[in-house]
Design a protein around this ligand. Structure first.
Ligand code: AR6
Length: 200
């Protein structure tokens, strides 16, 4: 298998887990977080409110991951992670962003999940430069897939064409060649015929 890149709305994906680019409070927000809460329905926020606060207002420290149900989403689980706010690149942003990916994959393996989809964590409101973030997403997911058998399907979701292209470049740089060298896994057609769908 290769890391897949898909352009579109992550809330439509029927995968075992979608990752939410949340904030430390886990009480919702804009961007993909807002879209996920709208699509999941109010039960998602109710579960998030029940999660313990580690410090006042912090249910998920930056770089960590917390799982909830998916409720009205086609995905079974939502993995909420808080990406770093981009400052100047000197505040451990890269290591924290790498943790978001790696710890989500560890949690997926622990929960025995087969498929996971990531949005471009930190690349919207949090201002992370897209090409740098794409390099981290590609490096972490390719390294994971080389050393683990599960989750078998790892999908990087781009909401726009620039992010889609950044992922393609970053996956090539991470050593994943383009081209279709393997048949898709059974049940892989979660978005049949989507024009911007690509499998690497
Ligand atoms: N499907 C896939 N990707 C999406 C979707 C969608 N429906 N909507 C947006 N994106 P952002 P962040 C892309 O801002 O930078 C929230 O308020 C978007 O184009 O959602 O980590 C949280 O509560 C971008 O590429 O997340 C936090 O406070 C990427 O998702 C804060 O924003 C991430 O953009 C987190 O900021």
């Amino acid at each position: 298998m290769k890391i897949e890149v898909w352009q579109g709305d992550i809330t439509t994906l029927a995968v075992d887990a979608i990752v939410n680019a949340a904030n430390e409070s886990l009480l919702g927000g804009g961007g993909v977080d807002g879209a996920i809460h709208r699509a999941a329905g109010p039960a998602l926020l109710a579960e998030c409110r029940q999660l313990p606060e580690l410090r006042p207002g912090v249910r998920c420290p930056t770089g960590e991951v917390v799982a909830t149900g998916g409720y009205a989403l086609p995905a079974r689980h939502v993995f909420h992670t808080a990406g770093p706010v981009w400052q100047d690149g000197q505040r451990h942003e890269a290591a924290l962003l790498a943790n978001c990916y790696w710890k989500s994959l560890q949690l997926a393996e622990k929960l025995d999940l087969m498929s996971i989809a990531f949005p471009a964590i930190s690349c919207g409101i949090y201002g992370y430069p897209v090409h740098q973030a794409a390099r981290i997403a590609a490096t972490e997911t390719v390294a994971w897939q080389r050393s683990h058998s599960q989750p078998r399907r790892i999908i990087l979701v781009a909401y726009n064409t620039a992010t889609f292209q950044a992922y393609q470049q970053a996956l090539l740089a991470a050593g994943q060649s383009s081209g279709d060298d393997e048949a898709p896994a059974p049940g892989a057609a979660f978005v049949p015929g989507h024009p911007a769908s690509a499998s690497f």
